[in-house]
Ligand binder design. Sequence first.
Ligand SMILES: [Zn+2]
Length: 116
Amino acid sequence: MTGPTDRSSQSSSALRRRRQALLRQLPPLDAILRGSLIERYKRCGKPGCKCAQGPGHGPKYYLSVSFPGERPQMDYVPQEDLAATRTLVENFHQVRAVLEEVCAINRELLRRREAL
Ligand SMILES: [Zn+2]
């Protein structure tokens, strides 16, 4: 990632090329999930179960998604969906990073009164 200082020292055509390269890095936009994966262990409470001594049964995974002014929503993620879910969550972070940098490039072009 280039900081704002690097960006302002680059030519406008270099910035546009960088913008194109960023778009090629975008994951498929239907393969994204906002949220974070969290791990939980639970004690079952059955008398004599060994989980009473340890952290509990698990790990079990949940997707936690926050909404403004609301409690985060938690969805259970079955073990067989864990790897795919993790990929989708990572894809979302990548999409967001790409959008941020494209916006920063466009802001720089705007400052230069250059074609967007
Ligand atoms: Zn138990």
